[in-house]
Design a protein around this ligand. Structure first.
Ligand SMILES: [Zn+2]
Length: 340
């Protein structure tokens, strides 16, 4: 089937009370691994591309590959193509034109400026509402879904260094949804981007009660968890065993993500784990077979490693088996639902 709006996938997940992984891609092998895992487990899936991945892959290249997977290879799997952390309206317009079926406008940070520490300062609530509404006007006119963010996450996403972490205030989240009509909302509950989410040896703590509160106030809005990689110890150990240097990396345990899903979290963003799986597999080949120089000999095992991991994630989040539950909805139909 053609790519579907992300709203369709998340509305279904909300009805069925399960989570859907949103996995980042930069290249063909990552995309194949994600789609193969979705097909094997019969899972709906969200493929996401950051603005730096867009640049890395000549803008339209990834979108073309994702469309191929949805239309030709796995027409029975609902797939959405989503822009991760859209920084401005220009990028939103660009992605709508490229055929993305969903965009995030990250109005929580002002991507146009940096403070003395080189960090993007947070936007005011009013400015966040204003830019999110602008993004919605552009996207909904094409049937494209929109994710916003309220509160700010820590950590590093691509080269974007976020400033201080502000957990989401449920009052503000409710008001934000009311004023913008956003389809999906990223909450700051204490996760951060990257491989070093928590100090090593300390108890991993997230403000899971924020999910309960916002889900109760905004039951129709799909809640989104950024920075949800689990950073599995076996992957980190493998990277380090074969000459890597990723010391003290700590992520969000799978059981905690499952708890978040029970409380109403619907979209679970995973990037770091895919990066670790690829790096571990490639390092292993380079160490054990130094004579290998055919990229297929190391990118192939890397692809397999990513797929194996994502199959586990799709089962853990409850997504497995839901691919054929519902009828696809086109962007045109969604446009009409938005009143366009
Ligand atoms: Zn993020």
């Amino acid at each position: 089937m053609a790519l579907v709006p992300m709203k369709l996938i998340l509305d279904e997940a909300n009805k069925g009370e399960y989570g859907v992984g949103a996995f980042n891609v930069n290249n063909m092998e990552q995309l194949q691994a994600i789609c193969d895992a979705a097909a094997e487990t019969e899972s709906p899936v969200i493929i996401q591309v950051s603005r730096n991945a867009l640049k890395y892959a000549d803008k339209g290249l990834l979108a073309a590959m994702v469309r191929y997977m949805a239309e030709e290879k796995y027409p029975h799997i609902p797939m959405a193509l989503h822009l991760d952390h859209g920084p401005d309206i220009e990028t939103i317009k660009e992605c709508v034109e490229l055929g993305f079926t969903s965009v995030m406008i990250d109005g929580s940070l002002d991507y146009g400026t940096k403070d003395e520490a080189g960090k993007h300062p947070p936007r005011s609530f009013e400015d966040n509402v204003a830019i999110t509404k602008e993004a919605i006007a552009v996207a909904h006119a094409a049937g494209v879904s929109v994710e916003g963010e309220i509160g700010t996450l820590g950590g590093i996403e691509d080269d974007t260094v976020a400033g201080a972490v502000h957990l989401t205030e449920p009052d503000e989240a409710e008001e934000f949804v009311k004023q913008t009509g956003v389809d999906a909302l990223a909450l700051a509950i204490g996760t951060s981007h990257g491989a070093y989410k928590f100090p090593v040896g300390t108890e991993v703590k997230l403000a899971l009660n924020i999910i309960d509160d916002v889900h109760k106030r905004c039951p129709q809005t799909a809640l989104v968890m950024h920075g949800s990689s689990s950073v599995p110890k076996h992957m980190v150990d493998e990277v380090n065993k074969y000459g890597g240097k990723v010391p003290n990396a700590v992520g969000v345990p799978t059981a905690m993500i499952q708890d978040a899903i029970k409380r109403g979290m619907r979209k679970v963003n995973i990037d770091t784990d895919g990066r670790l799986a690829i790096t571990a597999a490639i390092r292993k080949v380079f160490t054990e077979k130094p004579e290998a120089f055919d990229p297929r000999k190391y990118l192939g095992p890397a692809r397999d490693a990513v797929k194996t991991w994502i199959v586990e994630e799709m089962k853990a989040f409850g997504t497995a088996g839901h691919a054929r539950d519902y009828k696809p909805v086109s962007l045109e139909e969604m446009k009409a639902r938005y009143g366009g």
